[in-house]
Design a protein around this ligand. Structure first.
Ligand code: HEM
Length: 93
């Protein structure tokens, strides 16, 4: 995700990394569920759950930064890379 030869803006949130002519574009080099014999067995379930969970939330709420706050894209290193703690306002639509 941070290879500047592959990603236009590796250190900036950029949905355009996954769009081509305004449509979703699958990048061959992005393999979050691994591949081959030991690939994730839960991929289909995880993708369905993520889709249902986020579309349900986005249909009901508008998400906003609390006034006067900023977000950092600097990851918190651990077993995985996690975002730093942050607050978000979920405003009912
Ligand atoms: C966003 C969610 C998920 C991501 C990104 C993810 C990613 C991965 C990755 C990268 C591996 C390979 C690990 C390795 O190479 O050793 C893996 C393995 C595995 N995942 Fe997931 N996973 C997710 C969700 C799930 C869910 C929901 C389940 C089950 C319901 C699941 C079940 C498994 C199992 C059983 C393996 C081991 C497969 C094997 O070694 O034969 N995963 N996952």
């Amino acid at each position: 995700m941070f290879d500047k030869n592959e990603w236009e803006t590796p250190h900036t949130f950029n949905p355009g990394h996954f769009l081509k002519d305004g449509q979703f574009h699958k990048k061959e080099l992005f393999i979050p569920f691994s591949m081959g014999k030991r690939a994730c067995l839960g991929e289909v379930m995880a993708r369905s759950e993520l889709f249902l969970f986020f579309t349900a939330l986005l249909q009901k709420f508008t998400f906003q930064r609390p006034p006067g706050t900023t977000y950092s894209l600097k990851p918190k290193m651990g077993l995985t890379m996690a975002p730093e703690p942050y607050k978000i306002c979920a405003v009912p639509r």
